[in-house]
Design a protein around this ligand. Sequence first.
Ligand code: CTP
Ligand code: MG
Length: 372
Amino acid sequence: MSISAIIAAAGSGERFGAGIPKALIQLADRTLLEHAVSSLAPVADQIIVTTPIGFEKQISELLGDGIVVVTGGATRSASVRNGLAVATGDYVLVHDAARALASTDLATRVIAQLQNGEVAVVPALAVVDTIKVTDSDGFVVSTPDRATLVSIQTPQGFKTSALRDAHASASEATDDAALIEAAGGKVKVIRGEERATKITTPADLNTALSHLGLGKEIRSGIGTDAHAFGEGRDMWLAGLHWPDEQGVEGHSDGDVAAHAICDALFAATGLGDLGSNFGTDRPEYAGASGTRLMQECAALVKKEGFAISNVSVQIIGNRPKIGKRRAEAIAAISSALGGVQVSVSATTTDGMGLTGEGKGIAAIATALVSKQ
Ligand code: CTP
Ligand code: MG
């Protein structure tokens, strides 16, 4: 049994809004169209691609020899008809380039049903939303039982002669199976796959990337620090100098907010902690300011391939009062970290514990980082 595959790629991708045909959008290492071709190539004897008018040469060069390129039509159905006109297989798969990641396995399962004698086969997923039929005035007409509804995908498989007949008698539909249905034919539904979902808007590319195992990896981290107040020390906190406040002990400037943030970032990225990166065995950091440590930490995080989404720090102590300088603190931290989103809050502990008794100051921070 010989199989032709028609890949409908003649759409303009209006909703995607890239200004180029959607099939030519890049997803990881290749275009959507190349993804679609590579998953059907192992099972098809002939591959036909319908292109937007004027893109025939570019697409032909992109795909190389052995792919039949035909100009598409004004509608998807018209494009498929142009492909059908040159199809040589006894059976035909009709596929959307926009469902770029549909697997070879799915196509194989469609073909298996055709081998079983089915005339039309469509993959589908159960719908998750309740679907309503509405009228043109915006009122609900009915609510079909969700359990009976499925969401249709491609590749759809057909006996070529049956699909040709269906296209000859009923010309427009959003999928090919609908034309078979209109002609009274039986359409077999098989289990579809999430990765065959259609790419319509730029947001769908993130989902597609995660199907390729290239999604964003998101990680959080937590860090804390505490220092006791010390005589004759300047107070540095959240990257700022606090001239009227008593400072804290420590071999650095004792900026607990900066230290907690660094620890949170190191935790999120699996890079160890403040001690392992800037500890006493790294004399070049002795006495380093909180700002410098945050700068160095951000550089290490970046070098590891992570981007900082945000950091949040809470300062725990009776003083200094943060409120009046909160905006300044946020700006100082954000600038040290390379312009990330920062929040700074403060709390006391109702007179309890070391900071409540006024013996020192502490901070707790969280960080969110991501890696493509
Ligand atoms: N398609 C086609 N010929 C057309 C219209 C659409 O071959 N005249 C193809 C598209 O290239 C796509 C598939 O049919 O692979 C499904 O269509 P859709 O997702 O709607 O893609 P576009 O029409 O390109 O997108 P939009 O509707 O946002 O413009
Ligand atoms: Mg369209």
